[in-house]
Write a protein that binds this ligand. Structure first.
Ligand SMILES: Cc1cc2nc3c(=O)[nH]c(=O)nc-3n(C[C@H](O)[C@H](O)[C@H](O)COP(=O)(O)OP(=O)(O)OC[C@H]3O[C@@H](n4cnc5c(N)ncnc54)[C@H](O)[C@@H]3O)c2cc1C
Length: 208
């Protein structure tokens, strides 16, 4: 009997499952594969700092799996509401149930700005930015371009967060952008101080 494989999430994780299955030497016994995602348009994480820096615009980093990548796969565009491991069903937000024999949960991580006290308000009023989504990275670029002086603080939250290296990469790139701004504006504004990138996230060693 055909086995039902349901994959939740069409990001790097979910698509990697399809690739591994396609390349696998294991006989798959004609699986019936369904992939569920609330938004099949996604991005590769490492392109977000490029958007923040202005090397790429937001629209150009969107990726959508094409018909080749999803050949033979039933595609369901919907948010997942719940999973019942006993009845082996996934419930979608519209109440539809999707049955499975095997389930891959590859729904990734979400930005949780509200978990850091006061950060939501600071982001909403434009005083803080982040680059952990494509639209946020585009806003961060505008904010950095408009930054005329003062201190830029890079907040690295406690774990877990996606891509531990990204805040440091972002700090270095932001320092570069500010330095370029400063060079362009130095005859108009002598107060902008582009600090060394290492100061932006770590500061000098505090010896014992
Ligand atoms: C700024 C930044 C820089 C990064 N740089 C790098 C790098 O240089 N190198 C590197 O290897 N990695 C990098 N990463 C990490 C990389 O992007 C993630 O590790 C990778 O995207 C994780 O893949 P995933 O498939 O697990 O999750 P995701 O890519 O987040 O995909 C999850 C999918 O599940 C869907 N989904 C979630 N919840 C639901 C739901 N309830 N219902 C339906 N669908 C749902 C989402 O729409 C999404 O399409 C970076 C990440 C960021 C944010």
């Amino acid at each position: 009997m055909t086995k039902k494989l349901v994959i939740l999430g069409a990001g790097i994780g979910g698509l990697s499952v399809l690739k591994e299955l396609a390349e696998s030497k294991v006989p798959l016994d004609d699986p019936d594969i369904t992939m569920v995602d609330e938004d099949f348009s996604h991005f590769l994480g490492f392109t977000l700092p490029w958007v923040m820096l202005g090397w790429r615009d937001q629209a150009s980093v969107a990726i959508t799996p094409g018909s080749n990548a999803l050949a033979g796969v039933r595609r369901v565009q919907s948010a997942v509401h719940g999973i019942d491991p006993t009845s082996r069903t996934v419930t979608l937000v519209n109440g539809t149930d999707v049955a499975f024999d095997a389930l891959v949960i590859a729904t990734g991580a979400r930005n949780a700005i509200d978990n850091i006290p006061s950060l939501r308000g600071t982001v909403d009023n434009g005083a803080a930015v982040h680059f952990y989504s494509a639209d946020a990275a585009a806003q961060a670029h505008q904010a950095l371009r408009a930054f005329t002086g003062g201190r830029l603080v890079v907040l690295v939250t406690s774990q877990p967060y996606r891509c531990p290296v990204a805040p440091y990469e972002g700090a270095l790139l932001a320092a570069d952008l500010l330095r370029d701004n400063w060079v362009a504006r130095r005859h108009r504004n002598r107060h902008l101080h582009a600090r060394k990138a290492s100061d932006a996230f770590g500061g000098p060693p505090r010896g014992t």
